[in-house]
Design a protein around this ligand. Sequence first.
Ligand code: SF4
Length: 387
Amino acid sequence: MSLNMLKQEIIEYSKTIGIDKIGFTTADPFVELKERLRTQQQLNYQSGFEEQDVDKRTDPKLIMPEAKSIISIALAYPSRLKKTPKNEKQNRRGLFASVSWGRDYHVVLRERLIKLEAFIKERVPLAVTKSMVDTGELSDRAVAERAGLGFVGKNCSLITPEFGSYVYLGEMITSLPFPPDEPILDSCGSCNKCVEACPTGALVQGGQLNAKKCLAYLTQTKDFLPDQYRDTLGNRLYGMDKCQIVCPRNQNKNFYLHEEFEPNPELAMPPLKPLLKISNRKFKETFGTVSGSWRGKKPIQRNAIIALAYFKDETALDDLIDVMKTDPRPVIRGTAAWAIGKIGGQKAILALKTMETVENDEEVLQEIKKGLAIAKNKLTKESPSRS
Ligand code: SF4
């Protein structure tokens, strides 16, 4: 069987196993990407989550010496909830970005790629393959772009003509020299909406991303969230998709094609207060299957505290005071102290003053002082005569 025929068979088969787009490219090095990654490194724009070896990230043969081609796949995911839970005053809710709705896409795409590998090996038993989804060495986006699935927009997402940028990507390096597909000829043109909409200026002109400023990345860090991003975070618990939402290419793109990606609204927008004291076991049971849980419960809890401050949720004050007094993790105690200050009032000030006398951790003490200053300032503004 010729490789062209096998390619057609693979394309047909991919449709039967729930792959929405498929494309083929060579295993040649990604020369342009290499340049871009080096610049990213020099500018210190990288998140730190990615593979550090730029050569490995851009040369498939360094990952698999027999590499001759790469197959890129895409699965579309929903961008809007069918039913949005009420975000009520007594029961404020956080938000997981759509990239984390439904079952973890890493698992789902890996399952599809395993089926595709089996299909190929049934026909060419000596074929060598290596599949990856997101956490592999290669850039899913660069592979998908060269394989003709779409183009990379100024929001740094791969934009497909059919599904916009709401697609998960994965790829398989193979030892078979499949005829490659052509990249599609498209671009953002003069549109600049995502760059203008980004609240932290993380999208640098020319399709570059300063990951250290990107809220999607910042929701996943485990340290204190830097002060300048706390008010901007809003109620986001994981991820941020404003740069996708504003994109004209994404208008009316909302695909419910896969059962696995059907969001559970209670997990996509969970109530905030129960997150403050959730046990490891309960967290795993509840959120273990969504991709947004990959960093564990700490970043989600920190973000939940910031979200309660954003809502100025007075009904959360007692829980936050308790967290500030008892949580063993300084980041959580300190963020709670700051949030207590943001919510404000006499009770908040009293709790912060008490903790100021007993807290030993220097960073937490700084947050207590910050919280106190914010709460006192707020009180002064509300009732100037009491100042
Ligand atoms: Fe490109 Fe405009 Fe979409 Fe940004 S919003 S990715 S500039 S089309």
